[in-house]
Design a protein around this ligand. Structure first.
Ligand SMILES: Cc1cc2nc3c(=O)[nH]c(=O)nc-3n(C[C@H](O)[C@H](O)[C@H](O)COP(=O)(O)O)c2cc1C
Length: 216
């Protein structure tokens, strides 16, 4: 499965089978996490046993408490940490999708219970629940491309392909509060319009846009 297919098949999944992730997949996940941590200067951590990470009432009500495993998104604190977590975390989400697992980004989780290592000067931004879904999730409402883009004149084809995949990006409470602007020199700006965890959202959106806009 390529990245475009993974983007199209991914939906947030909140109900999981009790099965643990098998050893060969755990190894692949750990290798991918190492690669992304190097690339993004992050300390993403795959925690095989989510334990009581999702024991909050809200998580139990939504079903997330059934997720067997979790990724703790940690990194050196700084102004761009949230966005990097979004960008590289989503690369991991798409990788997990491509090896048959499901995911749900989760801003709501029990910070005391997650077994993450958070060193001095580091911050735990968010978590990602993972495991084998009891279902594959489902498509949801989305804004229209005209509501999230700003272009002077004609839309280049590559730009629309990027924006279409950006609309499939997970965002906190499906807020989709971002704007993708095509500048006169054909560079692209990503604008955060605020909201809960919107910088994480913006990193996720960039990741999807790049996949869609790639040429060749
Ligand atoms: C930054 C972020 C935080 C999120 N936090 C939660 C959460 O705490 N609980 C939850 O059930 N879903 C959470 N989600 C999942 C969103 O609700 C979901 O991505 C959105 O409704 C769009 O649906 P989709 O992912 O199926 O496309 C979060 C998503 C993102 C990107």
């Amino acid at each position: 499965m390529n990245e475009i297919e993974a983007v199209k098949q991914r939906h947030s999944v909140r109900n999981y089978k009790p099965d643990r992730i098998p050893e060969d997949k755990v190894k692949m996940i750990r290798e991918k996490v190492d690669e992304l941590n190097k690339e993004g200067n992050l300390k993403l951590q795959f925690i095989e046993d989510a334990g009581k990470t999702f024991n909050k009432l809200m998580n139990r009500a939504m079903g997330l408490a059934s997720a067997p495993s979790v990724i703790a998104c940690v990194g050196p604190d700084g102004a761009d940490l949230d966005e990097r977590v979004g960008y590289y975390g989503e690369k991991l989400v798409l990788f997990l999708q491509s090896i048959g697992l499901n995911t749900c980004w989760a801003g709501t989780f029990n910070r005391k219970n997650i077994q993450a290592e958070v060193g001095e000067g580091e911050r735990l931004v968010i978590s990602i629940a993972t495991g084998f879904g009891a279902d594959q999730g489902k498509p949801r409402r989305s804004k229209d491309i005209s509501e999230v883009t700003e272009v002077n004149g004609k839309h280049p084809e590559w730009f629309d392909r990027g924006a279409e995949l950006a609309l499939l990006a997970p965002t906190a409470i499906n807020q989709q509060k971002f704007l993708i602007k095509l500048n006169d020199d054909e560079s692209v700006s990503f604008i955060d319009k605020g909201g809960v965890l919107s910088k994480v959202d913006l990193g996720i959106v960039k990741c999807h846009f790049e996949i869609g806009a790639k040429r060749g």
